[in-house]
Design a protein around this ligand. Structure first.
Ligand code: SF4
Ligand code: SF4
Length: 135
């Protein structure tokens, strides 16, 4: 992928919002990959945790807002304990989910689930999901 970089593009409005909502400095990451290597959910992600922060560093936020990764992050903070720069990626994932919910509405429509799905899904999934999936 060819990326055209400028001061404006790498510090665009969405990047500023990620840093504001998460309280994390994106540029502190030096791409060592320890977060991705230890993430217990990485096998299911379409974008590794280290890739999430790299895209954000480059100002490429839209692909992050479309990725499944931000919804799969379990906020376990394994990445945080492994990061030599003390970056809390779970906060960055949460910031990205907030932006999606503010810009695009709910991630899923609970009312659209069938009564069978509502009965079958574990309660924990609903409780976790309400936090992620509702505005
Ligand atoms: S562990 Fe920290 S410094 Fe290393 S890639 Fe992940 S976020 Fe960046
Ligand atoms: S907080 Fe999210 S990104 Fe970090 S290790 Fe846990 S599941 Fe992976």
């Amino acid at each position: 992928m060819r990326v055209r970089l400028s001061a404006e593009s790498v510090h665009n409005e969405l990047v500023q919002r990620i840093e504001e909502y998460s309280g994390q400095g994106l540029m502190a990451c030096y791409q060592c990959g320890k977060c991705a290597a230890g993430c217990p959910v990485a096998f299911a992600m379409d974008m590794l945790p280290s890739q999430v922060i790299r895209y954000a560093q480059l100002g490429l936020v839209e692909p992050l807002l479309e990725s499944k990764t931000i919804w799969l992050c379990a906020a376990c903070q394994t990445c945080y304990t492994r990061c030599p720069k003390g970056i809390d990626l779970s906060r960055i994932m949460e910031a990205l989910r907030e932006i999606v919910m503010l810009e695009k509405g709910s991630h899923i429509n609970y009312d659209a689930l069938t009564s069978e799905e509502q009965a079958d899904w574990p309660q924990q999934a609903f409780i976790g999901g309400f936090r992620k999936y509702s505005v």
